[in-house]
Design a protein around this ligand. Structure first.
Ligand code: SF4
Ligand code: SF4
Length: 129
């Protein structure tokens, strides 16, 4: 079944609660992202995808799982956009897409061994209910 890009974009933006239309693609978010070298999609590209109707690409991306939730992208954005919140929304939607809405201790073995512990702890707090 074809993905409804418009609905998916709305779902992501509702969860992220950030106005991607304000983005001017300056790239400052990506330039200040400590995890950028590990990402398959850089933060500014994630915002671009949402503005361009390519939301389904984001559900396949590994970048949200490399994100450290450090919020540097949000702090440095001159337009008040938060790629960090989009990354968080994408993590949640990817989990839901797998038929899950929570993380179990057993699922940890499926994630990269170099995943930041802070991310795992934060994810457990949020999705282990
Ligand atoms: S820093 Fe802000 S305005 Fe610049 S590309 Fe990133 S999200 Fe867009
Ligand atoms: S919150 Fe994530 S995307 Fe934003 S700068 Fe930090 S690691 Fe990069």
């Amino acid at each position: 079944m074809a993905v409804d890009e418009k609905q998916l974009t709305e779902d992501i933006l509702r969860l992220a609660a950030t106005d991607v239309r304000r983005c001017m693609q300056c790239g400052r978010c990506s330039a200040n992202c400590e995890a950028a070298s590990k990402m398959d999609l850089l933060p500014h590209r994630v915002v671009w995808d949402l503005n361009s109707g390519y939301a389904s690409e984001l559900l396949e991306a590994d970048a949200p799982w490399q994100c450290l939730s450090c919020m540097a992208c949000e702090e440095r954005c001159p337009r008040g956009v938060s790629p960090a919140r989009i990354m968080e929304a994408l993590r949640l939607l990817q989990i839901r897409q797998q038929g899950n809405n929570k993380l179990s201790a057993e699922s940890v073995e499926h994630y990269p061994s170099d995943m930041p512990q802070q991310l795992l702890v934060a994810a457990f707090r949020k999705y282990n209910k």
